[in-house]
Write a protein that binds this ligand. Structure first.
Ligand code: FAD
Length: 346
């Protein structure tokens, strides 16, 4: 077993604000590890509106959510932060020496002097199919994401949902190739889709050609035999329930944010937000800061602009925890040779 990673700063969340926190810490020569439950950076900007234009980033008249994220990644490149994606921070514990023990859902562990919670509206997690008892099959026959497409090859699949993920995976598993399924049945509660029209058209063509099936209805129950899931009960608009046999059940209901474990870290919370001061953006626990949409203070506005400002002050607030004997002065990136050095622009 490897020991925990020792670091000066852990940033929880790789949304725009978590990313800019890397920059502000970097200027003060503080190295950070960034953790996000999603498999990629960008937070809401990428998860909810990658192609929508943003007009209120100072000096950037217009950019999309994805472009903002890409530019932030470029801007923070000199600081060599380490990113840990696809894992949620579950545990934060203060140790006797004043540092914090941090652990993720994948078992990655850290010992850190400071923590920056930039968790936005919470960790994005798959919306689940609410049928009593079905949870027992999670990870074996019930899946909310496809980690390894080969696991589904040659199987009888039922795919539930009406968005792009559901349609894309259905089409993927019908297609000739190494991951082709034995059969694919798409189940959606209505005969209308949020997915790209071209995917929907392709799905209908495949149904007409008997290459796959589409069933309108909701999953209301399941059948099992000797602990093995054998089928789901699908109730149609006609209120008739039919059993659809399967080997694997894939559910794509989209992602929804959950505050989750953050609520258990002993921090002051007001209406699902972390209470901070506006001098250092510190929570009630010294050494733990909160920036961006996750925090609250008088006058708080949930804007990217505000989050960026909070990062700068939080970084200065954190510096004494990392360099207790160093006096930190404000320096300009335009003129400071020291900052040029850390930015790698000498
Ligand atoms: P987020 O973007 O929410 O990122 C937080 C990240 O933390 C997420 O990726 C999440 O997965 C991760 N996370 C949470 N908990 C954990 C955990 N325990 N472990 C690991 N990871 C975790 N703002 C503007 O200023 N201008 C606009 O034009 C604008 N337009 C918008 C349009 C839409 C449709 C929406 C929904 C929002 C818009 N916003 C806009 C708001 C803006 O997107 C948010 O203010 C911004 O994303 C907040 O950034 P953040 O980094 O604080 O949080």
């Amino acid at each position: 077993h490897d020991g925990p990673i020792e670091t000066d700063a852990v940033i929880v969340g790789a949304g725009p604000v978590g990313l800019f926190q890397v920059f502000e810490l970097g200027l003060l020569e503080i190295k950070a590890h960034v953790i996000d439950s999603l498999a990629y950076p960008g937070g809401q900007c990428v998860e909810l509106y990658p192609d929508k234009p943003i007009y209120d980033i100072p000096a950037v008249p217009v950019c999309t959510g994805q472009e903002l994220t890409d530019n932030l990644l470029k801007q923070i490149e000199p600081f060599g932060a380490t990113f840990h994606y696809g894992q949620e921070v579950t545990t934060v514990q203060r140790q006797d020496d004043g540092r914090f023990f941090v652990e993720t859902s994948k078992g990655t562990r850290f010992i850190t002097k400071t923590i920056f919670i930039a968790a936005g509206v919470g960790a994005f997690q798959p919306r689940t199919l609410k049928v009593d008892g079905l949870d027992a099959f999670l990870g074996t026959q019930l899946h909310y994401r496809v980690k390894n497409p080969a696991d589904f090859a040659g199987k009888n699949l039922v795919i539930v949902g009406g968005g792009d993920s559901a349609l894309d995976w259905a089409l993927n598993f019908v297609q000739e190739g190494p991951n082709k399924a034995e059969s694919v049945i798409l189940v959606h509660r209505r005969d209308g889709f949020k997915a790209a029209p071209a995917s929907v058209a392709r799905m209908r063509t495949l149904c007409d050609a008997y290459e796959m099936q589409f069933v309108v209805g909701q999953v209301t129950g399941y059948d099992e035999k000797n602990g093995v899931l054998t089928g789901v009960k699908v109730t149609g608009a006609d209120a008739v329930t039919r059993v659809v046999p399967l080997d694997m059940l894939l559910v794509f209901f989209g992602l929804s944010p959950k505050l989750g474990p953050i609520a258990d870290w002993g921090l002051d919370i007001e209406r699902k937000q972390l209470v901070v001061d506006t001098e250092k953006f510190s929570t009630n626990v010294p050494g733990i800061f909160a920036v961006g949409d996750i925090n609250t203070y008088p006058g708080k506005k949930k804007l990217i602009l505000s989050g960026f400002h909070e990062c700068a002050l939080a970084a200065f607030g954190a510096a004494p925890f990392i360099f207790p004997d160093k006096k930190i002065h404000l320096q300009y990136t335009t003129t400071s040779p020291k900052l040029h050095k850390v930015l790698g622009v000498e």
